[in-house]
Design a protein around this ligand. Structure first.
Ligand SMILES: [Zn+2]
Ligand SMILES: [Zn+2]
Ligand SMILES: [Zn+2]
Length: 360
């Protein structure tokens, strides 16, 4: 079916952060990852003793925010009972990385995504996702506004035991940090360097490339077509304002990124029409992943331009996006030791399988 060569073995450099690379090796013998059936996730609708299930609100710290604001909540935000970052232990210790920031100041909140205990993102309605994405935006804004020392507000979600979710009830987390996390920092810096050379946002360039159905490489001498590359093969879902793509050099085999088609550096500027479209693209992308992987357990991260004066000139070079990283295997010694991620399915093949899922 696929006209990919039988075996691919190549090192691909992440075009945005060149220090990151992935070994794409579809050869049979190259399986450094442990294939393991992940612990099944909890799919129950209601659990009597779950602190996040409706009716058990007294078991959590008080509500920070809820949507709707009155009546039965659909999305509810509480302080994290075991915060990574506390309020007043200011050590002034500005180093990169989440772990090193533990002694810093900051906030750690939990967003209870849905009243239904074990519901997956793709099972939520588009209206619900619209509400949830609105809550992400509101919390990020509120946390930046609350403390001028905050340099980054990270929204992420761990879903399923394979992704390290410690509470089965579907939830997201918001961490307001005194530092910019290293991966966001690297993206901001490298995309700025690209911009200074090319006067163009690298994310926009990659989207343009992904949307161009075909690229031809011509022979300089004869003018004949030397090679055709079907670059549209990286798109897995496209909406009016958003696109979901399989990155050319992704760390995780089923990693998918969602980006706004129109250049935008800051997620919190999202308008209602865009938010509606994002809800649809997200739901469909997650449904594709769930169908192909057979029950997706994943981490996702929202990457947006930090509210930090050092980066205010990067509005035209940085492009916000969502990274969805499904956990299908456990990194082994080779990957941990080399820092080189290994993908045993090519991103082109993965995208083709994701696109082939029939959704209603
Ligand atoms: Zn629950
Ligand atoms: Zn852009
Ligand atoms: Zn990113």
């Amino acid at each position: 079916m696929s006209d990919q060569p039988d075996t691919i073995r190549e090192i691909r450099i992440n075009p945005i952060v060149p220090s990151e690379s992935v070994l794409v090796s579809t050869a049979r013998g190259m399986r450094p990852r442990k294939e393991e059936a992940p612990a099944p996730r909890d799919t129950r609708k209601h659990v009597d003793r779950c602190p996040f299930c409706p009716g058990n609100e007294a078991m959590t710290p008080p509500t920070v925010a809820a949507s709707p604001e009155t009546g039965d909540w659909q999305v509810r935000v509480v302080e994290n009972l075991y915060p990574v970052l506390g309020d007043e232990s200011n050590s002034g210790n500005l180093v990169f990385g989440l772990q090193q920031a533990i002694d810093g100041y900051g906030r750690h909140e939990v967003i209870i995504d849905h009243p239904e205990h074990g519901i997956a993102l793709h099972e939520m309605s588009e209206e619900h996702l619209f509400r949830l994405i609105g809550m992400y935006r509101d919390r990020i804004r509120a946390l930046y506004d609350a403390d001028a020392r905050i340099q980054y507000v990270l929204v992420f979600k761990n879903f399923g035991p394979a992704a390290g979710a410690s509470i089965a009830h579907t939830h997201s987390q918001v961490i307001a940090m005194p530092v910019v996390p290293e991966n966001v920092y690297n993206e901001v810096i490298h995309s700025r360097q690209y911009f200074e050379k090319n006067r163009q946002c690298i994310f926009c360039s990659l989207i343009d490339e992904a949307l161009t159905f075909e690229a031809k490489i011509y022979d300089r001498e004869s003018g004949s077509v030397r090679r055709k590359i079907d670059v549209g093969q990286y798109v897995i879902e496209r909406g009016e304002h958003f696109v979901a793509i399989k990155p050319f050099a992704s760390r995780y085999e089923w990693e998918v990124h969602i980006l706004p088609l129109q250049h935008a550096s800051d997620f919190i500027e999202i308008n209602d029409a865009q938010r509606e479209d994002l809800s649809r693209v997200l739901k469909r992308a997650m449904a594709r992943l769930d169908a192909v992987i057979g029950g997706a357990q994943y981490n996702f991260f929202l990457h947006s331009l930090p509210h930090n004066n050092d980066f205010s000139h990067c509005q035209d070079s940085y492009h916000w996006h969502m990274e969805i990283c499904p956990r299908t295997s456990i990194p082994t010694g080779f990957e941990l030791g080399s820092g080189l991620f290994v993908s045993t399915i090519s991103p082109e093949e993965a995208a083709e399988q994701l696109r082939a899922v029939v959704l209603d």
